[in-house]
Design a protein around this ligand. Structure first.
Ligand code: FEO
Length: 398
């Protein structure tokens, strides 16, 4: 009754789809759901690579049992401890008390802390190998991709990299499991939204991981969310390389907050000037309407960024403040920048947005535009010139 999904002769996908959870990490909208990927290697010894979120245990263990047909589990490889992958560890140890839990020195205290498990660990460090019979797994640490204990493992016979959160994506696996079975383009936006919001703060660690793994002859990448890659590996690594350097392509995100439409009008004028100056990729977002995860994803995609906010009680509009502070915390660098703002009795928003831009070393392309009350002719022209200046900066890179 169960048709296994093979990565190779005795390596199986046993992941599950989650279309019920609304918010990943209780923050990030899952409009297209998410998959929790897990793998079984049924060699002379049996290893499971990562588990799933606890609420999906039943459908996951049914797949595992169908494949193992009564065989015991020798190893559970814990590449990453975030509970979307480690959630079934405790119950699995009760089902298979002889099973060794494979982790590094940073994994073990987390397993103890989260699940009260204190023994049966097989400690591995960089470059260590466990022998499963015909196959071996070699471990590489990738700290902060996504947590300090994060690691990946490489199966040397079929050259499969079990990459944990690295190269993961939001979006359930709707029938297709491998990238050559599905519409890969359909996943790219969700892949970038996953990367930028979940791992995006850690550009330098991602660069180090790419360098470390670059020496491996990888034929397949099996992450812990989203499609398994066997056709688009080079393209996917190129995208990760660009995103982790914050190297956006030609285009502009214009994100604004607006209570009564005055800052919005400034954003509209600026966006029109950008496109009339020859830039087609312009995305205008009202931060009170669109969840920041989508805006952040496009900020990782495009090199140009214009932020606009009214002054609200001598501060930024709270929804713009949330977005701007998130960008500051993530350390998103390497952008061309412009600022818009309006106020009624005293201006503060433009100053605060410019300070964030300075902190992140964004290059301001033109003088910030700050209007009192409704937009009037001279500031309309200033918004237009800001848009023109942004477009000229981008076109100069062609
Ligand atoms: Fe998919 Fe950082 O857990």
């Amino acid at each position: 009754m169960y048709r296994p999904v093979n990565l190779s002769e005795d390596i199986f996908y046993v992941g599950v789809n989650d279309r019920r959870t609304n918010l990943f990490e209780n923050m990030w909208p899952l409009d297209r759901g998410v998959s929790y990927n897990s793998y079984v290697i049924a060699d002379e010894k049996v290893a499971i690579v990562d588990t799933v979120e606890a609420g999906h245990f039943e459908k996951w263990i049914a797949k595992v049992r169908a494949i193992l047909n009564g065989r015991p589990v020798d190893y559970l490889v814990v590449n990453h401890m975030e509970p979307d992958h480690s959630g079934a560890i405790r119950i699995l140890t009760e089902l298979y008390p002889e099973m060794k839990i494979v982790g590094n020195k940073k994994t073990v205290p987390m397993i103890e802390g989260y699940y009260g498990i204190t023994g049966n660990f097989e400690l591995v460090k960089e470059g260590d190998t466990i022998d499963l019979g015909k196959r071996k797994l070699t471990f590489y640490t990738v700290p902060m991709v996504h947590w300090p204990e994060s690691m990946v493992c490489f199966e040397e016979t079929n050259k499969i990299l079990f990459s944990s959160d690295a190269f993961g994506s939001f979006g359930t696996l709707d029938g297709g499991i491998f990238d050559d079975e599905l519409d890969f383009e359909h996943y790219i936006d969700e892949m970038r939204r996953y990367y930028s919001n979940i791992v995006g703060k850690y550009g330098n660690p991602v660069q180090k991981a790419l360098q470390k793994l670059g020496g491996l002859d990888i034929k397949m990448v099996a992450p812990s969310h989203g499609p398994i890659y066997r056709e688009n590996i080079g393209r996917m690594i190129d995208m990760y390389d660009k995103w982790s350097k914050y190297e956006g392509e030609e285009g502009v995100v214009v994100a604004y907050a607006s209570m009564y439409g005055n800052t919005e009008e400034m954003a509209e004028v600026t966006a029109r000037a950008i496109t009339e100056s020859g830039i087609k990729n312009v995305r205008v977002y009202d931060v009170s309407k669109t969840h920041p995860s989508y805006i952040i994803s496009d900020i990782f995609k495009f090199k140009g960024l214009i932020l606009g906010s009214p002054t609200y009680s001598n501060e930024l509009h709270p929804n713009m403040e949330a977005l701007a502070l998130k960008l500051e915390h993530m350390g998103v660098t390497n952008h061309y920048f412009g600022v818009l703002g309006s106020f009624t009795w005293a201006g503060a928003s433009v100053k605060k947005l410019r300070e964030i831009g300075e902190t992140l070393k964004w290059e301001e392309v033109a003088e910030a535009v700050e209007e009192k009350h409704a937009l009037k002719e001279d500031k309309y022209e200033a918004c237009w010139q800001l848009g023109v200046a942004m477009a000229e900066k981008l076109k100069a890179e062609r």
